[in-house]
Design a protein. Structure first.
Length: 158
C-alpha cells in the first residue's frame, strides 16, 4: 500500500488530523509496503495507544475509498499490531534505530538514507543523525520487534 505515493500523502494527513484531537509525538516512523513501524510518545498519564491507531486506520480506510484509490477499505490493514512500551532511554534509542534501519533490513533500500518514507530525513535535518547513518549497524535479531510473519505479509493490496 505504501509504495503508492498518494497513499503516503493520505496517511501523513490522517496522522496529523488524529494528532489534533488525540495528541502524541511521532518520535520515528517508517512506511513500508506492507507495514509501518513507529515510535510515539503519548501525553503524560495517557496510554491510549490503541484508540489513536484505530482512528488512524479507520480514517485512512475511509479516505482512500473516498478518493477512489480503492473500492473498499476492508482488509487494507492486517488485523494485528504489535505494541511495546519503551522502558528507558536506551530502549527508546534502540527502537528508533530499529525503525530507521528497517527498510535496509527488509531489503527495500541499500542504505537508510535511500528510503524516502521515513522520519529519518527529518531527524537528519534536526542534526540527530548523520545522513550516512546506518552503515555497519547490525540489527539485534534476538529481540522481538513485531515484524509481520511471512503468512501475514502481503495482506495489504499493493
Ligand atoms: Ni519491518
Amino acid at each position: 500500500m505504501f509504495s503508492n505515493e498518494a497513499a503516503v500523502d493520505v496517511i501523513r494527513d490522517v496522522v496529523q488530523e488524529v494528532r489534533k484531537g488525540l495528541p502524541f509525538t511521532v518520535d520515528a516512523w517508517v512506511l513500508l509496503p506492507n507495514h509501518i513501524h513507529a515510535v510515539w510518545t503519548l501525553p503524560e498519564g495517557d496510554t491510549n495507544f490503541s484508540k489513536r491507531w484505530g482512528l488512524i486506520k479507520a480514517t485512512f480506510a475511509k479516505r482512500v475509498v473516498a478518493v477512489g484509490m480503492v473500492t473498499t477499505g476492508e482488509s487494507l490493514w492486517q488485523p494485528r499490531f504489535w505494541e511495546h512500551r519503551i522502558r528507558d532511554e536506551r530502549d527508546f534509542a534502540a527502537h528508533i534505530e530499529y525503525v530507521y534501519i528497517n527498510p535496509v533490513k527488509h531489503g527495500l533500500a541499500a542504505s537508510v538514507v535511500d528510503w524516502p518514507w521515513s522520519s529519518f530525513h527529518r531527524d537528519v535535518k534536526r542534526g540527530l543523525f548523520p545522513a550516512n547513518w546506518g552503515s555497519g549497524i547490525d540489527v539485534d535479531e534476538s529481540r522481538q520487534y513485531g515484524e509481520p510473519t511471512d503468512q501475514q505479509s502481503g495482506h495489504c493490496p499493493p
